[in-house]
Design a protein around this ligand. Structure first.
Ligand SMILES: *Cc1c(COP(=O)(O)O)cnc(C)c1O
Length: 404
């Protein structure tokens, strides 16, 4: 029979494999997938108590054992008291806003966060009277200056997509707490294998489990992690009412993915560093953005904050003397690949190559893109698990044609 209770003091790698609800009476070694919307109650008294206290299992919008195992495992990996799962990464931020904010509240957010996050805070929450100030990813003075008496939340993401800018989580936590606000960190890019924001002072961690937690590009999921008084008491009732619930099948796939998270993040970060070094030495490459390189502006901070690893996302600018030439060169490099996937996603075992200016950042005006540093010659590579020489060989096919 599998063990229902784990000893104290287990290491994160072990927790990632072992943390889950106790197995059923059958003693399954791999956690079961519970595809059921309702749970049969032993009697009316028990049912009434469970509904009143949201305990055990009643109806799957509120909770499901497979989803609960995903939540417990992720909480253990983040060093959080609790986690609550959502259908996508964006719905985790929707839950954050709905649970925490009301009309008249104010948010301070990095302007370099994920594009849909900017839209959710800047446009959607604004409809309900929540205002957001967008500030520099790296300039702490801008964060401080943006604080207002009604600031309830600071929201950060590190490193950012696609330029891998790193913010100082501990310093932002101090700014938030001095203002009586909470700091939430989107930890999608590093995952708990590299970075644990709660240990650095953040109050809440948000995840797009769609990326590295699943890690194989299969299903969408999201989560918030933090103290029980927030996760269980604040976000639990909001999720039960609003219904941004994670599907049990997706929870199960991500739960299995998390078992290999530490191995994957280490291997993919090491490969990404090798790719970044190779690109930095390439005559056709103008600049490489990767926190693991000594040339990265926040290299020391990133190494401190991210367990000495740079993560799996590398971006670079190809050399060109006009935006038109840069775009043509970038397209040539991307279209010359024969192994990498031309797609707009990350966190997969398959390396993905992306042109941000015409995909993730395609809806910005050219002036907004310039301000954000997303040029037409910028290429993002989300490094997977192929042999690193096959990745650089694939990039070399196009880079070698650029005439440098
Ligand atoms: C993908 C992503 C999100 C959104 O997650 P979805 O699951 O696509 O909703 C949020 N933040 C970051 C950093 C992401 O990469």
């Amino acid at each position: 029979m599998a063990r229902a209770r784990l000893p104290e003091g287990l290491r994160p790698e072990t927790l990632a494999v072992r943390t889950a609800l106790a197995p059923s009476q059958h003693g399954e070694n791999s956690e079961a997938l519970f595809l059921t919307t309702a749970f049969v109650q032993p009697d009316s008294e028990t049912s009434a108590r469970r509904f009143a206290n949201m305990e055990d299992f009643t109806y799957a919008r509120t909770s499901n054992p497979t989803v609960r195992s995903f939540e417990q495992r992720l909480a253990a990996m983040e060093g959080a008291e609790a986690a609550i799962a959502t259908s996508t990464g964006m719905s985790a931020i929707l839950l954050l806003g709905m649970g925490l904010l009301k009309a008249g509240d104010h948010v301070v957010c990095s302007r370099s966060v994920f594009g849909s996050t900017v839209g959710l805070f800047g446009k959607e929450f604004a409809k309900f009277g929540v205002t957001t100030s967008f500030v520099s990813q790296t300039d702490l003075a801008e964060w401080r200056a943006a604080i207002q008496p009604n600031t309830r939340l600071l929201f950060a993401e590190t490193p950012t997509n696609p330029l891998t800018e790193v913010c100082d989580i501990a310093a932002l936590a101090e700014i938030a707490h001095a203002a009586g606000a909470l700091l939430t960190v989107d930890n999608t890019f590093c995952s708990p294998a590299l970075q644990r924001p709660l240990a650095l002072g953040a109050d809440l961690v948000m995840h797009a489990g769609t990326k590295y937690l699943d890690g194989q590009g299969r299903v969408m999921s999201g989560a918030l992690c933090g103290a029980s008084k927030q996760i269980v008491d604040v976000f639990g009732p909001t999720l039960r009412t609003a219904g941004m619930t994670l599907a049990p099948f997706n929870a199960w796939v991500a739960l299995k993915g998390m078992e290999t998270l530490y191995l994957r993040m280490k291997a993919q970060s090491e490969a990404a560093l090798a790719v970044a070094r190779w690109l930095e030495a390439h005559p056709a490459v103008a600049r490489v953005y990767y926190p693991g390189l000594a040339s990265h502006p926040q290299h020391a901070l990133a190494m401190r904050q991210q367990s000495g690893l740079g993560g799996a996302v590398v971006s670079f600018d190809v050399k060109a003397d006009s935006p038109e030439a840069a775009r043509a060169a970038a397209f040539q490099v991307i279209d010359s690949t024969r192994v990498l996937s031309i797609a707009t996603n990350l966190g997969d075992t398959k390396t993905i190559i992306t042109h941000p200016a015409t995909s993730s950042h395609g809806r910005l005006t050219e002036a907004q893109r310039q301000a954000a540093g997303i040029g037409q010659g910028l290429i993002r590579v989300a490094v997977g698990l192929e042999h690193v020489d096959d990745i650089t060989d694939d990039l070399q096919r196009g880079l070698s044609q650029l005439g440098f």
